[in-house]
Design a protein around this ligand. Sequence first.
Ligand code: CP3
Length: 355
Amino acid sequence: MAELKNDLLLRALLRQPVERTPVWMMRQAGRYLPEYRAVRTQAGSFMDLCQNPELACEVTLQPLDRFPLDAAILFSDILTIPDAMGLGLYFEQGEGPKFERPVRDTAAIQALPVPDVGSDLRYVTDAVSLIRRELGGRVPLIGFSGSPWTLATYMVEGGSSKTFSTIKGLLYDQPQALHTLLDKTAQAVIAYLNAQVEAGAQALMIFDTWGGALSPSAYREFSLRYAHQIADGLIRERDGRRVPVVFFTKGGGQWLEDMAAIGVDGLGLDWTTDIGDARRRVGDRVALQGNLDPSTLYASPAVIREEVATILASFGKGSGHVFNLGHGIHPEVNPEHAGAMIAAVHELSPAYHQA
Ligand code: CP3
């Protein structure tokens, strides 16, 4: 396997010295890029694209060919796990993900199989191996999964939700049934992420997109506890290097101290938390990844540069920061504006890493 030429991301996540702050973007391969839309049209559906390792590899590399990014992220989706559990994932135009067979009651939860990652999710690990080969050591490859809580919201609601009424009914009325579902899902996530590491993923990210919808006590019991279980079950070293894990709860800024205690290397921050305050709160326990408001990219390059400068200054001197958006890039963004953000990180961040 080719030697890694740019390991800024891995060093920053381990809070080791870096020459400048590494940068990548959540959803960096996606609809804001015309070259993505072209391959997506050719592939057919979004899931056809995810299930075709050659095309998944091609779109993974597209943003890297355009911008000087410091990481690649596997092109896939968090909902591959529930799909492999037999829920029947499909995407309705303009409505987001849906399941043909949502899991609504105790009987359905009991009957749910833990997927066989080696066969049911082989298309994902095949894509990981191919991307690693095609990257040729340019930058590290990030593998990912949804958190059990976030996956369960889709599995129980049958798709995206604003109110989470069905899963919250389950949470308060039949907590044991929900725990059974979360435990099965956590086992599947561990097997899935470890298979990605074995196939070549060099860092991992756990997306807890809907953890922020929970009360503080429910967050600890139904989201954080399972993220902790996952952190305990992951392969943390491969080919003599640590495989850092980043945990991201959108809307979780108030729980950073708890999140920093589950044994992950980094925390993802959305844009509602001041990154300097976050750093003071977590100290040297974890690195931080974030946290430009994705809507900043609607503004002019000059404004984008100012906002990047503010975040870099707020984090301050020293390692432990991976620059990113606070959530996925919006599909309407002009790619040149993403380029302006990345250029600003390259230009402005070295000053924060001088001895
Ligand atoms: O970051 C990357 O570039 C890697 C690819 C990636 C995708 N989804 C591709 C995708 C990642 C990391 C995800 C994770 C994901 N998927 C999350 C967690 C992260 C987050 O954004 O909070 C969630 C909640 C999902 C579920 C999901 N998949 C949603 C809500 C949607 C959007 C539906 C829509 O039409 O807007 C998807 C589809 C999806 N996943 C797209 C992409 C590029 C768009 C599909 C298309 O091309 O039509």
